[in-house]
Design a protein around this ligand. Structure first.
Ligand SMILES: N[C@@H](CCC(=O)N[C@@H](CS)C(=O)NCC(=O)O)C(=O)O
Length: 229
């Protein structure tokens, strides 16, 4: 199989980048990864993406932006699609990928919430979001036994939950049994295990503690820290 030269412009803690990394590993696609500092973006990067965001996929002399587009492209240039075949099912999967991005936005609101009230509001929003996922999900993967692009999108979300769980049980997935089964199934998948740096949860926890948010305050209280699996 011959591929164009692929370079993913990345960051270790970007859940949008991680979707693309899961895809690259899942489909065993030769590529290069370049990590940038988002707080100090290199000059060459400033010239490229219209939205100024990562991931970026350089394909030879061309550049793709937007993680969902990058994932579909990677899927399409390799054998064996991770998207359903029929237009309706494919469209539904795309919608749930978009929903995954929406969850990431609420999740950022959760870990950045400045007060107990706003934190609780975001916690409730996350509970509602996952109740929607629970109604659609099949298990062990999103679409039963077939690993799909939707699975690659939710894996980084659950890695964030590993860091939240290390602070306290916030009960977000308490009533979503299928989501919990899904989360465990994703954890076992080699492409997902290999998409994250080894001490990812510990490093993420350190970053969360530095955010000056309500969650940071909770994380700094030693009684909240439970063991990290
Ligand atoms: N919709 C974009 C979202 C990507 C995104 O938000 N990336 C963040 C990092 S996780 C970013 O590059 N932010 C720009 C910045 O921090 O300046 C996608 O799916 O690719």
């Amino acid at each position: 199989m011959s591929y164009p030269d692929l370079e993913l412009v990345s960051h270790h803690f970007c859940p949008y980048v991680q979707r693309a990394v899961v895809l690259l590993l899942e489909k065993d696609i030769p590529h290069k990864r370049t990590y940038i500092d988002l707080a100090n973006k290199p000059e060459w990067f400033r010239q490229i993406p219209p939205l100024g965001k990562i991931p970026l996929l350089k394909v030879g002399a061309e550049v793709l932006f937007e993680s969902a587009v990058i994932c579909e492209y990677l899927d399409e240039i390799t054998p064996g699609s991770l998207h359903p075949l029929t237009p309706l099912e494919k469209a539904k999967h795309r919608a749930w990928i978009e929903f995954g991005s929406n969850i990431l936005t609420v999740m950022a609101g959760f870990f950045n919430a400045p007060t107990a009230e706003s934190f609780e509001q975001k916690r409730q929003e996350l509970i509602e979001k996952f109740a929607w996922v629970e109604r659609t999900l099949e298990t062990p993967y999103f679409a039963d036994k077939n690993f799909s692009l939707v699975d690659a999108v939710y894996a980084p979300i659950f890695h964030y939950f590993d860091a939240f769980d290390a602070i306290a049980d916030f009960g977000i997935l308490e009533h979503t049994l299928k989501v919990r089964v899904w989360r465990q199934a994703l954890k076992q998948r080699p492409s997902i295990q290999n998409a994250f740096v080894e001490d990812y949860v510990q490093q993420l926890l350190t970053l969360l503690k530095q955010r000056n948010s309500y969650l940071s305050i909770l994380a700094q209280q030693p009684s909240y820290i439970v063991s990290i699996s």
